[in-house]
Design a protein around this ligand. Sequence first.
Ligand code: DC
Length: 226
Amino acid sequence: MRPKGLLITIDGPAGAGKSTIAKKLAARLGYLYLDTGAMYRSVALAAKEKGLSFEDEERLALLAQKLDLRLKPSENGVKVILEGKDVSQAIRTPEIDRLSSLVARIPGVRKALAARQKELGKDGGIVAEGRDMGSFVFPDADLKFFLTASPEERARRRLLQLEKAGHKADYETILKEIIARDERDRKREIAPLVVPEGAIVIDTSEKGPEEVLEIILARVKEKLHA
Ligand code: DC
């Protein structure tokens, strides 16, 4: 066992329910919730605010290395503090959805963020959520999960989320964007979205969060008592 507990990874495409589950799981276990999507989103937001070109891989990688970024545990998961400012809401817009997927394709950005993630996870006691947690950043994790759901169900969930946050959106556009983003995330050369070796795959299309959480907790208990 690692000093602080298990190292658990949760990967999967956008809208599969990863964040909801990862937050709840971390709270139940008293572990740290590591939202790695928020890190890519923060790089995208900082780049936009600084007026950097999204083609300029070198400067974007440098930005990812130097970024003053903190993920502070909070009641509803995590507060994202970028250069001293709370950007938890600002990183969840449709524009940052798109820009973060662009920065996530840059090898230097991935390298910089993966190094930070490894440092945060090395002692365990963590639920690391993202796209490449079990495959690339933590290949020796104690437990790996891969959550998935149909594109239609994921688009429906995303629509609800955006509406709740006060953004205008329509289902067909979101569905198209989800399919395009999946393609980009799966086909990129570096750390593509794949089912990690040894991961437990859960299709959440017809399951509520509590049901998914129970499936995962049963595996965690098994592991802790093994
Ligand atoms: O999970 P999310 O929607 O907050 O992620 C934002 C973007 O970052 C998305 O395009 C996928 C990418 N990402 C990644 O490539 N690797 C991760 N570990 C986490 C997110």
